[in-house]
Write a protein that binds this ligand. Sequence first.
Ligand SMILES: *Cc1c(COP(=O)(O)O)cnc(C)c1O
Length: 421
Amino acid sequence: MHFFGYRGKSFYAEGVPFEKIIKECGTPVYVYSLKTLKRHYKAYDAAFSKVEHLICYSIKANSNISVLKAFADEGSGFDIVSGGELYRALKAGADPGRIVFSGVGKREDEIEYALKSRILMFNVESPQELKAVNDIAGRLRKKAGIAIRVNPNVDAKTHPYISTGLKKNKFGIETGQAIKEYINAKNNLKNVVPIGIDCHIGSQITNIEPFIDALRKTKELLATLRKEGLEIKYLDMGGGLGITYDSETPPHPSRYGEAVIEGTKGLGVTLIFEPGRSMVGNAGVLATKVVYTKEGTEKNFIIVDAAMNDLARPSLYGSYHAIKAVKERSKEEITADVVGPICESGDFLAKDRILPAVKAGEYLAVMSAGAYGFSMSSNYNTRPRAAEVMVDGKDFQVIRERETLAHLIKGESLMKGKKRK
Ligand SMILES: *Cc1c(COP(=O)(O)O)cnc(C)c1O
């Protein structure tokens, strides 16, 4: 069941035509489907229903508080990478006892905020961070649950910018060193409690093998740590399951679940997962208006009002996003680059794409834009960020207003003092 598609000639999100949303909210606008979000959460939850598990949606993929609330209402936990994301999670009604905190550069104030909020555990990424968490917890007279993020040195076979589990990556601690740190934590650090092992090898992974490789290595580590007398209760497998943007065929969460359950039989741990992209990616579409079309001597251009500041993935990773016409047109097609108004040659949403021959004033739907879309957007070229809308059946609500010109200079000030010549 897909919740985005054509009815007659009009493109719909659930029971709402895009034209209606565009008429009320303008463009560019991100449109999310609540039913799709819930379906994705339930698919993960069902995949692991036979074993103790906790799904911690990775907030950075899409951090709108209504998206977070949709998952929190289903019982989801959260994976955060900043104090800001913790703030969002708590605003959305998250249970702090289901929050894990990842990231290589957690600041003192962020660690303090997380301790005071009583999160489940810190996924620690360096010996210095381990010491910092211990010191801060001591000062606050608290105990911090921790996992060490181990770097299993497996190749996730994905884009180099989103591969995180190789020795050369900045993330995690190599297994040998991690063992020393766990033992150090147990024997010398009074304010941290090592309760988990964490591992996250990358993103947009489209086959099972890298996950299974990583699992094999974390299991070895688990056995070693237990021999050393550590009581490890959680195995955090991170996120990273890919989605279909074009013709990829990633495993369904249920197949991923079967493989992981098989590989963790009898271990007596609660499994934690941190899915981001696979929860929200195909639950969101970016609608944009064709401002102009232009025929160059070598290329055709469709110039739209969404740009790399709204959706950075094509510029950043060369990513593919399917593009459809909001109003289905006659068969006439063109090959064109779909580009934004930003003053960078890297500002494109699609290259050499065969598209319906849309004209200025018509609208396009950029598909699979729910993950790392709005959450990576910026104000570059002093462009107000897009509105976000949540569709629920026949209704929709604005869940983030389009920014105004006033928003753009909020917090800025003109320097005081004499006029300089
Ligand atoms: C980004 C991230 C995730 C989510 O990754 P997806 O590929 O979006 O599922 C999970 N865990 C950590 C530590 C991350 O940095």
